[in-house]
Design a protein around this ligand. Sequence first.
Ligand SMILES: [Zn+2]
Length: 129
Amino acid sequence: MIILLSCILSPSKSHSDDDRVTLFGFKTPILCAHRLIFHKPCAGCGLTRSFVSFAHGDIEAAYSYHRLGIPLFILVIIQIPIRLYLLRTGSKGYTSFVKKLIAYPTILVIIALIINWLIYLWQVNFYLT
Ligand SMILES: [Zn+2]
């Protein structure tokens, strides 16, 4: 679903504060509560634009929107065969190895998102300016 949406949505032509992705020419709404309240990005802001840019082959834009967008996109792609395997095998395919295959990358991504955001906050003196 995420991959399909990334392909349907269109990346922004500009790279400004209001560079939301578009769907059939219409800008998508800002869904991030943190961004709406503080007018600053949260740890996950830019991931949609990064996914969309990467799905459209623009690696440079994908990286600039979010440093972790490309690895996260690849992680989502890797989930497809795992989920298809689980659909085929049912609950008996849900072995401890498969559980680790799903859980460890998820934990890694969450930690990476937090560290990435802390680096961002440190770089821009987020709440002090
Ligand atoms: Zn956000």
